[in-house]
Design a protein around this ligand. Structure first.
Ligand SMILES: [Zn+2]
Length: 158
């Protein structure tokens, strides 16, 4: 994903200026803050990282869509492109978090624009679990906790 890679490089430069560190040297808490600032800067809304499933090797990123992103989704050019836009965001998260984590990670949007305010939920797993995650999503599984359980290395070992 070209956009994701470029965003990762931009962020890296910004962080090096502000923190004097590379993205990979930051604490996850700081990374969460950096991501949130970046999402807001892009007019995408507020984000939160959820580490509660980390024992299953999964990370959840929730993006609360801003009024701005809702407005741009509503205009003619972007009509019906919500999925496309969120796929780009997922690509960006994959690139960024792989960089931070020092290994290949895959982000997939699990739920798009659910609730009010509209939340998009992204699940991040190791690249090795990408195919398994994709087939679960294709089968229609959209519950994050269930997905994390199915993908957990503890369950795969059985
Ligand atoms: Zn979405």
């Amino acid at each position: 994903m070209e956009w994701g890679r470029r965003a990762a490089i931009d962020l890296e430069a910004q962080i090096f200026q502000s923190d004097g560190k590379s993205l990979g040297e930051l604490s996850m808490r700081r990374v969460a803050g950096v991501l949130d600032d970046w999402f807001k800067e892009q007019g995408l809304g507020a984000s939160a990282l959820d580490f509660s499933l980390s024992s299953d090797g999964c990370l959840v990123v929730e993006l609360q869509r801003s009024a701005l992103s809702e407005a741009s989704l509503a205009n003619a050019r972007d009509a019906g492109e919500g999925g496309e836009r969120c796929a780009l965001i997922a690509g960006c998260l994959s690139a960024l978090l792989s960089h931070v984590g020092g290994r290949r990670l895959t982000a997939r949007e699990v739920r798009c624009g659910v609730g009010r305010p509209a939340l998009c939920s992204f699940l991040i797993v190791s690249h090795a679990r990408k195919a398994q995650l994709d087939s679960l999503l294709e089968a229609g599984e959209r519950d994050i906790r269930t997905l994390a359980e199915r993908l957990s290395p503890r369950n795969a070992a059985r």
